[in-house]
Ligand binder design. Sequence first.
Ligand SMILES: CC(C)(COP(=O)(O)OP(=O)(O)OC[C@H]1O[C@@H](n2cnc3c(N)ncnc32)[C@H](O)[C@@H]1OP(=O)(O)O)[C@@H](O)C(=O)NCCC(=O)NCCS
Length: 218
Amino acid sequence: MIEEILLPAVAAAEEFGDRPDAVLFPEEQAVIGRAVEKRRREFATARACARAALARLGQPPVAILPGERGSPGWPPGIVGSITHCAGYRAAAVGKAAEVLTIGLDAEPDEPLPDGVLGAISLAAERVSLRDLAQAAPGPNWDRMLFCAKESVYKAWFPLAGRWLGFEQAHITLDPAGGTFTARLLVPGPEVDGRELTAFDGRWLARDGVVLTAITVPA
Ligand SMILES: CC(C)(COP(=O)(O)OP(=O)(O)OC[C@H]1O[C@@H](n2cnc3c(N)ncnc32)[C@H](O)[C@@H]1OP(=O)(O)O)[C@@H](O)C(=O)NCCC(=O)NCCS
């Protein structure tokens, strides 16, 4: 389902459970070997997805190691993003000549735990969520907002190389179009001499999962 919300220049792969046949490179094994079983499995399945997506771009299989602040280390000339949540794992990649950055996030389609919404949203976003719940019942819009913000961070980080707080982007979800915009409330990274001030994304809710994706063309 991930392809539905990505641009054609992006190659992706997804799994709805863990792949027992997922094989890690020794250097990947070295960084994840001591983690709990659940984390090792999601890490390995996400790597299998990433290598399947890279193969669709004509790229050979390589190790994808966590880099600066956890961001995945892609081969030269490649950008991408990884996500995993209960029952879902995915990776999406593009050629840097065609795609500037990708941000992907998946979450269970369940209400956020008590107390989380206040910590991850702006007052104006909470007003919009109330309107959305009345006008367009469907996915858990609070979770969708959170998901959109995490995809913003994953698209932002490779460009900016610094933290972006939940209060530093204003998300507007369009329930009908399956899209969202993220207006940056702090100075954005410069791209080709111009400041990036917003991200456009797409969302999808299916089979108990909410999914958001940002693709910025180069
Ligand atoms: C990093 C973060 C976004 C990960 O999201 P998550 O829902 O917890 O976890 P997911 O399973 O969807 O994603 C995990 C993957 O994100 C990727 N990731 C981690 N840190 C990253 C970073 N700094 N930049 C880009 N991608 C990153 C990794 O590939 C990781 O998987 P891996 O460890 O197997 O390689 C989240 O933990 C976080 O720190 N959020 C706070 C920042 C934020 O969201 N700000 C909102 C701005 S509006």
